[in-house]
Write a protein that binds this ligand. Structure first.
Ligand code: ATP
Length: 711
């Protein structure tokens, strides 16, 4: 309305009283209260303090609860104060400090009379003080009356209540911080210090320094601490279980990482404690399900760590070994790695499935070579496929050597080379699920003049591909449910760069997948829970963003349903059809091209290490020198111990012990003697080759004295 002033809150009430009929006195009082309430409600200060009615109501409820509980809290505090006072008095009357010191110095007998006299004296002082206090109260009551007496009693109770009040984190009061210990340390770092002491990660008189206070992030509490100067962060990682126990959490809930590089040092540890089991809950879907295409050169999305950070797996330039007992998620892990190649139209796939089920059937639509089954014919087809790849590696190296520096600067494949059809060097992944089926094949073979088995030959081919293949764009991905040293010989294991161990039977199997001594560094896949499907320890060969400084990290793999997996394979086929890169089995051409098998045999006999004996520990050096060419794959299979000890002129028992330390155990085999055969003790050359590989790979460290140093 024109001329009407802006109405203020409460203005309606003013007008009613001013312009209307006279208001009775009682009603005026009610109006005043209403106006006051209205003013208060609309005031800025009130709105800031109590933003909503719900909050206001809650505040009132809290205040009432507090008032009702107050007498109980006071009674509790007085009780605790009384107890504390009695304890303090008892220590004083028993001369406890002095007694403890004397006991520590083992002089209790000498000082007993003195302590006893002091105790009696203090009892007397106590008695006199008590009498004086009672007398004092009686006098107060007589002189000043009951109010003064009650005031004196009240003052005493107040003093006791103050002494007995709850102090958060005060030592000796276990109830000061309720709830689990993990929660307690977020409020009082002293609890964390105690946990470190209990786990024997720091000494009794040592402490931690807080670098970053506890904060809640990603479903758990994190904190960064510095250890005392002489302590190492690596030891905390090693004894993570002990720390988890001291903090009263399951070890899967505790993540301990070193803080390295800038802002970090050898004694700085980052701890993260999950609120609940971080690997429970529904699985995470793979981002590849939604990806139209993928570049095989990019690290493939593999899973998430405990803190739910994405873990990508670089596969170009490395190779992957996945090991686990059945039904833990091996096939899923390998499928994820394969999916990255499937969705790249320029990548090529060799899929060899030893299980023979339908797990890999969908990949038939894109695979250049596809074998599914565990018969002899399948094993031979796998061998042919691998021989073809070995020849391909040789051919690629020969062709790269011819290329100019601009196209191929380092005799290594580049993204441009791999995508240019003219160069015929696509990134090629060779995936073997249940590889033990092929590696265990006992069929006898003759390689050149030497005898071997089909399984050993396949192991040699794979070892060659894992060693020489990555630089030529060939990537080996193996999965096995029997990760033992017999099945995956160490000459093959030592060249597989990336390892992923899902749950295995014991720490030995875990070490076989992850590498020697990994259990002592705190990584043992046998401790994973059976319910944790798809959760494993990843030891990356390349760099991953999550936990980049860690030797290994626990990862829960992404999940691909069967339908999603089939969709990925179908998409891979369509992409290849569009790009014109569908080839081999998927394009209906299954014939393996002609191969110079002599060249392949020569390539393999070059061996994983040059069979020279330099820097090998004794007696391995002597054995390698003595056997020479006979040690090559396809050479002698068995050497009698007596032949070796005679040739090396060593004491048989010392020789057996030293060979045992290198992982070579003697076995009994029949050897020809005269017209018949005789059973003798000796060593398998495969085991000797494995020992050489392990020394070269640094898995066995010879002592200085054992090594023939290179000057
Ligand atoms: N990341 C994951 N999250 C949840 N469940 C998973 C995950 N990975 C695998 N699984 C489940 O674990 C079970 C076993 O998976 P998978 O077939 O991959 O194991 P496997 O080790 O290859 O078994 P097998 O040895 O029989 O071949 C399946 O039921 C699968 O759904």
């Amino acid at each position: 309305m024109n001329g009407e002033k802006e109405r203020k809150p409460g203005a309606a009430l003013d007008r009613t009283s001013a312009a209307g009929p006279p208001v009775p006195f009682r009603a005026r009082g009610r109006l005043l209260v209403a106006r006051l309430v209205d003013r208060t409600r609309t005031s800025r200060l009130f709105r800031r303090i109590l933003p909503t009615r719900r909050v206001g109501w809650q505040a009132v409820k809290d205040a009432v609860t507090w008032l009702l509980r107050f007498p109980l809290r006071i009674a509790g505090a007085v009780g605790r104060g009384l107890l504390a006072a009695l304890r303090a008095w008892r220590r004083w009357v028993r001369v406890q400090d002095y007694r403890d010191a004397v006991e520590q110095a083992e002089k209790l007998a000498e000082k007993f009379v003195e302590i006893r006299a002091l105790t009696l004296y203090r009892w007397r002082v106590t008695g006199i003080t008590a009498l004086a206090a009672v007398g004092g109260l009686v006098v107060v009551d007589l002189v000043a009356g009951p109010p003064a007496l009650w005031s004196a009693v009240g003052a005493g109770l107040l003093a006791l209540a103050v002494a007995g009040r709850r102090k958060d984190g005060a030592p000796g009061r276990t109830a000061a911080l309720g709830g689990p210990r993990t929660l307690a340390w977020t409020m009082d770092p002293q609890v964390l210090v105690d946990a470190f002491r209990d786990a024997k990660l720091i000494g009794r008189d040592e402490s931690l320094r807080l670098v970053e206070r506890a904060t809640h992030s990603g479903g758990g509490w994190s904190i960064t601490v510095d250890l005392p100067a002489t302590r190492k962060a690596a030891d905390v990682l090693k004894h993570r279980d002990a720390l988890a126990s001291a903090l009263a959490v399951d070890e899967v809930q505790l993540v301990a990482e070193r803080v390295r590089g800038r802002g970090g040092h050898a004694g700085r540890v980052f701890l993260w404690v999950a609120d609940v089991d971080p690997y429970s809950g529904p699985p995470f879907s793979s981002p590849l399900v939604r990806a139209e295409t993928w570049d095989a050169w990019r690290p493939v999305p593999f899973g998430r760590d405990a803190r739910r950070r994405k873990v990508d797996l670089p596969l170009v330039w490395t190779s992957l070994l996945v090991g686990a007992i059945p039904r833990q998620g091996k096939t899923m892990a390998v499928r994820l790695a394969a999916a990255g190649f499937i969705l790249d139209a320029f990548a090529r796939l060799y899929v060899f499935d030893g299980k023979g089920g339908k797990d890999w059937r969908a990949a038939e639509a894109v695979a250049h070579r596809f074998v599914c089954g565990d018969d002899q014919a399948h094993a031979e087809a796998v061998r042919d496929g691998l021989v073809e790849l070995v020849a391909e590696v040789q051919s690629r190296y020969a062709r790269m050597a011819e290329l100019d520096d601009e196209t191929c600067p380092e005799s290594k494949i580049t993204p441009q080379l791999s995508r240019d059809p003219a160069h015929r060097m696509p990134i090629t992944a060779v995936v073997l699920d249940e590889v033990q089926v092929f590696l265990d094949n006992p069929t006898k073979l003759t390689m050149g003049e030497r005898g071997t088995t089909l399984g050993e030959y396949i192991a040699d081919l794979l070892a060659y591909l894992a060693r020489k293949g990555p630089a030529a764009g060939i990537i080996v991905v193996l999965a096995t449910q029997r990760p033992d040293s017999q099945t995956i010989p160490s000459r093959l294991r030592s060249v597989l760069g990336t390892r992923f161990a899902l749950r295995v039977m014991d720490w030995r199997d875990s070490n076989i997948v992850l590498g020697d001594q990994m259990n002592t560094r705190g990584y043992d896949a046998s401790t994973l829970l059976p319910s944790h499907k798809g959760v494993g320890i990843l030891r990356p060969g390349g760099e991953t963003d999550a936990g980049a400084d860690a030797v290994a990290l626990t990862v829960r793999t992404f999940y691909l349903t069967n339908a999603e997996w089939r969709a990925v394979c179908t998409r891979g086929r369509v992409l290849r059809e569009i790009a014109g890169t569908l080839s081999g089995h998927a394009a209906g051409e299954d014939t393996v091209r002609g191969i110079d098998s002599a060249a392949v045999t020569d390539a393999l006999s070059a061996g994983p290490v040059s069979w020279n004996a330099e820097r090998l520990p004794e007696p391995l050096r002597g054995v390698v020198e003595f056997l020479g060419e006979e040690l090559r794959p396809g050479g002698r299979r068995f050497v009698p111990t007596a032949e070796l000890t005679d040739a090396l002129d060593v004491e048989p028992s010392v020789f057996a012990r030293q060979m045992g330390e290198l992982g070579c155990r003697p076995t009994r085999q029949y050897v020809p003697e005269g017209d018949g055969v005789r059973r003798v003790r000796g060593y398998l050359t495969a085991e000797i080759r494995d020992a050489v590989d392990r020394v070269r790979a640094g898995e066995i460290s010879p002592t200085e004295d054992d090594v023939d140093g290179e000057a």
